[in-house]
Design a protein around this ligand. Structure first.
Ligand code: NAD
Length: 496
């Protein structure tokens, strides 16, 4: 289906201590183009010994990097931002080739690298505030030390970059492990840092599978882990680091995000925003809309419009600038998606629009299912272009349904009544609450992250700098001043 015929890029190896380390051995693994029947994009090597070497390099660099002033570290990062423009096309191309995201979305993702550097520098003093007036000392923030960043496949550049930049600016050194689905995107990102020339050991990137991510997360010389990925892996990381209480483990996990549409909603707006939520990145976003809960007065009209739109979607070549929906990330992801749909039907979900797998790659058409709202499969993240549609008796029932969710990443409410915003905020627990807008989309200037099975600590967004540091209370007396204490004065008198 794709017209992409670019020749195979070379694997450069891990990036450690300021240079690519020519691959000497390890376990081979490949990325695949989901728009071309899974053709190999890059074969990489996962070298188990690289974890120790990269962590040691990051540890050696941590002291000097942490002692630089913010201004000095910012100057280094601004060099990365300057070089980023030149690397954007190659990063975007790698993202689309390896996971099938439409190229227009991939370009936006690649373009976010430089933007994140500028916004983080601008927000740093605000996010690491001074102590309250009257405090008997200073409130300062110390770098954690060595931070491991482990990334998912769906935003292979953005979701490591968004953690790496605050970590570096606050004085940490990093070891990054990109997803094994997207090693070329990881390599392109490391090439950018190589070009910018940060001090050796400050930025390190190792390739690997889940086992290498586990070795990195559990490494005794790693002070912080920032993980983005599935709930199942996040759970494993928490278990593996249970006996490392010093380690700050930050988890950005999955979502099952509801859009609640009340009778007085603006129908065109709700349809558009729900489609954006369900279809961008083929529904493979942690913030994707995957449940629609509509009250009875609008339900039929809304369902009909969504069904019409879904039936008209034709997945296309992700390299085409005009493509709205590309393939899923892999043939495996397609099979998993189809399996989840079968399980939903087995539980009684009724297809309004059924998904079809198309030939030529991991292409699927979107699906819309009518559900009761109490099915077990509603607890599963589908990670594909799928909506479950349920009808609520009234506003309260709609809110109660939206609140029945083990995840808590993002939720939307569509209504004309602003008075309901506080009610929704109160009833539905989620890290991102949207009014009359899609569940998708995040801002680096606001907190980002979830409740429940969606994660902890908000390691992305505006709170990221705080997550990459530990706060320190600093108190001081003027040199030579003796603290008054009558009883101690008497005691000390006897010792003169
Ligand atoms: P995944 O959990 O399968 O893999 C993520 C990363 O973890 C990969 O780099 C993988 O190699 C590594 N890994 C695997 N096993 C590991 C282990 N035991 N220890 C340490 N690392 C290990 O996730 P995925 O399929 O790449 O990504 C999709 C998931 O990510 C979805 O659930 C999605 O919702 C979630 N996600 C969340 C956010 C967010 O911000 N909350 C953003 C994007 C994606």
């Amino acid at each position: 289906m794709s017209s992409n015929t670019e020749s195979a890029p070379a694997f450069l190896g891990d990036f450690i201590h300021g240079a690519f380390v020519p691959p000497a051995g390890g376990e081979p693994f490949s990325s695949h183009d989901p728009a071309r029947d899974g053709a190999v994009v890059l074969t990489a090597l996962a070298d188990a010994s690289a974890v120790d070497v990269a962590v040691a390099a990051a540890r050696r660099a941590a002291g000097a990097w942490g002692r630089l002033s913010l201004k000095e570290r910012a100057a280094h990062l601004l060099r990365v931002a300057e070089h980023a423009k030149a690397f954007e096309p190659a990063m975007a191309d790698a993202i689309t080739r390896e996971m099938g995201k439409p190229i227009a979305e991939s370009r936006g993702e690649a373009g976010s690298v430089a933007a994140k550097i500028h916004t983080t520098i601008a927000q740093l003093s605000h996010e690491l505030p001074a102590a309250a007036p009257g405090a008997p000392g200073e409130q300062r923030f110390h770098a954690l030390g060595v931070v491991a960043v482990i990334g998912p496949f769906n935003f292979p550049v953005h979701l490591v970059n968004t953690h790496i930049i605050p970590a570096l600016l606050t004085g940490n050194t990093v070891v990054v492990k990109p997803s094994e689905v997207t090693p070329l995107a990881g390599q392109r990102y490391a090439e950018l840092f190589a070009a910018a020339g940060l001090p050796p050991g400050v930025f390190n990137l190792i390739h690997g599978l889940g086992a290498h991510g586990a070795a990195l997360a559990g490494h005794p010389d790693v002070d912080g882990v920032i993980f983005t990925g599935s709930y199942a892996t996040g759970r494993r990381i928490r278990q593996a680091t249970f006996d490392q209480p010093w380690k700050k483990v930050s988890l950005e996990l999955g979502g099952r995000n509801p859009a609640v549409v009340l009778d007085d909603a603006h129908l065109d707006q709700a349809v558009r925003e729900i489609l954006l939520g369900a279809l961008l990145s083929s529904g493979q976003r942690c913030t994707a809309t995957s449940r629609v809960i509509a009250t009875a007065g609008i339900a039929e009209a809304l369902r009909a419009r969504l069904a019409q739109a879904f039936a008209a979607v034709v997945p296309g070549d992700p390299m085409d600038r005009d493509t709205l929906v590309g393939p899923l990330a892999s043939l495996g992801a397609r099979d998993r998606f189809m399996g989840l749909l079968a399980a939903a039907r087995a539980e009684g979900a009724v297809p309004v629009v059924e998904s079809r797998a198309l030939p030529g790659g991991a292409f699927v058409t979107p699906s819309l299912y009518q559900v009761r709202g109490d099915e077990a499969f509603l607890r599963e993240e589908f990670f594909g272009p799928h909506l479950d549609f349920e009808i609520a008796a009234d506003d309260e029932d709609a809110f109660a349904r939206a609140a029945r969710n083990p995840y808590g990443l993002s939720a939307s409410l569509f209504t004309a009544r602003e008075s309901l915003r506080d009610v929704f905020f109160d009833r539905v627990r989620a890290g991102v609450i949207n009014f009359n807008r899609s569940t998708n989309g995040a801002s680096g200037l606001l907190p980002f992250g979830g409740t429940g099975m969606s994660g902890n600590w908000r390691p992305a967004g505006s709170l990221a700098p705080r997550l990459c540091t530990y706060p320190v209370a600093v108190m001081a007396e003027p040199f030579g001043r003796l603290t008054p204490h009558a009883a101690l004065d008497d005691l000390l008198e006897t010792t003169r």
